[in-house]
Design a protein around this ligand. Structure first.
Ligand code: WT7
Length: 648
């Protein structure tokens, strides 16, 4: 990685803002200094753009830092900013164009979306869901998914969206941790022409989730399901007959808006807690100035609402800004590999926000697919989820953007709630591969292992020096873990867990995770989680998992497995283990390769040396082996890894 960056810096590829962006939402560079001079006033001005019931007394309460509180005393319901306030001026504007994978279409204006949200909110109320009750949501990308988030917000019930690709077991664990009282789901979801049986997973999860009293089930894929009387309710039977107006529940600025689970290196997922006023303030602000959003834009953020990107830039940010978005249900290769480009042409999409893993996949498929379609409506491109390698950046810029669209490479996390580091398209000169600089109001830095700021030109750990409105407030049910994971490494500084290098212009070059969390296709997966799943299989004695660089998925999961005595390690077992992990965690966590070995490289204290396994997986010279207790095993594993082709 470091080498790539050096090469790049010497090449000095720079992309200044195109003249078309001279009148972008933010085009005056003075904004950085102004925000820096009084960052609380800067964020307060952003909060003033939202609809509040009562004004806050204090912008930031840091008396219990790092349990920061923003806009304390303020009262609002996020759905009033996202829906009600647009009705008078833009009720007939399209909020969502939606296309299903089979090709069915739906359009929802702000007025229609408002009515749908109110109906579902009333249906939830009729089932006894109250302010403060958590509701789990497990669906595909159908219009009812954003509607479900907003309906929960309308009545003050925190939502916990679980990505539809997660297994029944993962869903159950998240439902239990959140103590959800209801689930909103669908019979199934369309994915690559097949049905993902969502309700089946819900049934399995609920067998062991006693807090859930009700499930609302959307009919989407038409697959046969079981409905349990008293607990399960068809969406189409209870929602359309509910009233189309529902008074918004006034919420405190610091009331919980949602929990969203993200992988932790200790195996157990972390329920990231986001609250109301600060979160909406910052997602609305960043959506407006990073994407330079205009009423006539057609914005397409391709993320699923199961990830934070979908929460912030499919639902809350765009709706707070009264924007028009596209939502697509399915995969990019159905029925053919030009589906996204056809969607962009059909809907005249102007802004595309997607992930490097998708971009690399399209590169692999070849230029012919995007060339078939008219992409001239695009004016801005975005990237998120992992560092975008310069080759992919250049391809995205030339082949998708026609050389005319700026690219915003946006760095953020589930925990940060909103984008923190990114170019501003009207101001920033981009360098391919760099997320450029912290946004106005954000104080980032790069420090060494003692927490000392590293001068420009050096590398170390990324930290954030001042709180920001959309920051996580805690880990649900685990405040000590919140302190441990984010605040104890560098006291007083927020530590996101990413390595970072800063060049002499002060540009940030993100280097990936420094802990044992892997980033596979932009999804955060912990090594411990996959290891635990492998070890749960009856044939497995021990397992070590590492992320190795992969040209398509960013990182691919390489597993090293010690089998129980008398178990033969053959191809059938490799397949069985991969399926087993998919069942336990989800298909995204399937190891790309599995190597059987008699032992794992360990330190004398018995700690697995994953660093060496990474070296082996990436075919590097081995690093320091002096602390190794069993040196010979490394060579054995290396020989085997070289002879075992990846399973996919
Ligand atoms: C991790 C957070 C934010 C939504 C998607 C991922 C990596 C994210 C970038 C970027 C380099 C990036 C970081 C971060 N990451 N965006 N533009 N450049 N790295 O959310 O699952 O919480 O993962 O994704 O390593 O810590 P997440």
């Amino acid at each position: 990685m470091a080498k790539t960056i050096e090469n790049l810096l010497s090449e000095e590829r720079r992309f200044p803002p195109p003249t078309a962006f001279a009148r972008a939402a933010i085009a005056q560079p003075g904004i950085f200094e102004r925000a820096d001079a009084d960052y609380l006033r800067f964020w307060e001005a952003e909060a003033e753009r939202l609809q509040w019931r009562e004004r806050w007394r204090q912008v930031l309460d840091d008396s219990k830092a790092p349990f920061y509180r923003w806009f304390t005393g303020g009262k609002l319901n996020v759905t009033e900013s996202c829906l009600d306030r647009h009705l008078a001026t833009a009720g007939d504007r399209v909020a969502y164009y939606w296309e299903g994978e089979p090709g069915d279409k739906r359009t929802l204006t702000y007025r229609e979306l408002h009515a749908e949200v109110c109906r579902l909110a009333n249906a939830l109320k009729s089932l006894g869901v109250r302010k403060g009750n958590t509701v789990a949501i497990y669906m595909g990308m159908v219009p009812e998914l954003p509607i479900a988030l907003l309906a929960c917000a309308r009545i003050g019930a925190p939502h916990s969206v679980v990505f539809g690709g997660f297994s029944a077991e993962s869903l159950g664990e998240r439902i239990r941790d959140a103590g959800a009282v209801a689930v909103i789901t669908a019979d199934g979801a369309w994915r690559r022409g097949r049905v993902v049986p969502l309700k089946e997973s819900v049934d399995e999860a609920l067998a062991n989730a006693p807090t859930v009293r009700h499930a609302i089930v959307l009919r989407r894929a038409g697959n046969e399901i079981r409905m349990r009387a008293g607990r399960d309710h068809w969406y189409h039977e209870i929602v359309p007959k509910a009233a189309a107006s529902c008074a918004p529940e006034p919420m405190d600025a610091e009331d919980l808006l949602f929990i969203l689970y993200t992988s932790g290196s200790a195996g157990k997922p972390k329920g990231i807690a986001h609250t109301t006023g600060g979160y909406l303030t910052q997602v609305a602000a960043t959506h407006r100035y990073v994407f330079d959003i205009k009423p006539e834009d057609r914005f397409w953020c391709t993320a699923d609402c199961g990830w934070v990107t979908g929460h912030s830039y499919v639902v809350y940010g765009p709706l707070a800004n009264g924007a028009t978005s596209l939502i697509y249900e399915g995969t990019p290769d159905f029925p053919d590999k030009d589906r996204w480009w056809k969607l962009i042409a059909d809907y005249r999409v102007t802004i595309l926000y997607t992930a490097p893993t998708a971009i690399r996949t399209f590169m692999k498929w070849g230029d012919d697919y995007p060339r078939r379609r008219d992409l001239s409506s695009l004016r801005l491109l975005g990237s998120v989820g992992e560092p975008i390698n310069p080759e992919a950046w250049m391809w995205y810029h030339a082949t998708i953007g026609g050389g005319r669209c700026p690219i915003v490479d946006t760095w953020w996390q589930t925990e940060t709630g909103a984008i923190l580091i990114s170019p501003l398209p009207g101001i920033t000169t981009a360098k391919p591969g760099s997320a450029t600089r912290p946004l106005p109001g954000i104080a980032a830095d790069v420090v060494d292992e003692h927490g000392r700021s590293v001068p420009l030109g050096g590398g170390g750990y990324l930290v954030i020096r001042r709180p920001w409105p959309a920051m996580l407030r805690t880990i649900h049910g685990a405040p000590e873990r919140y302190l441990d994971v984010y605040w104890r490494r560098f006291p007083g500084l927020y530590f996101p867990g990413d390595g970072c290098k800063r060049d002499l212009d002060g540009y940030y070059w993100l280097l990936g995770r420094v802990d044992d969390v892997m980033l596979v296709s932009g999804h955060n997966i912990s090594t411990t989680e996959v290891e635990s799943a492998l070890v749960a299989h009856p044939a497995v004695a021990e397992a070590a998992v590492v992320g190795r660089a992969d040209p398509i998925t960013g990182q691919a999961i390489a597993a090293f497995v010690v089998l129980k005595a008398a178990v033969a390690g053959d191809d059938a077992l490799i397949t069985a283990l991969r399926d087993h992990v998919a069942r336990k965690i989800g298909a995204v966590a399937k190891p790309a390769s599995i190597v059987f070995t008699e032992d794992l490289p360990k330190t004398r204290s018995g700690k697995i040396m994953r660093r060496l396994l990474r070296d082996i997986s990436e075919e590097r010279k081995l690093g320091d082996v002096t602390t190794l207790a069993n040196a010979d095993i490394v060579e054995t594993i290396r020989g085997r890894a070289a002879h075992s082709p990846p399973s996919e």
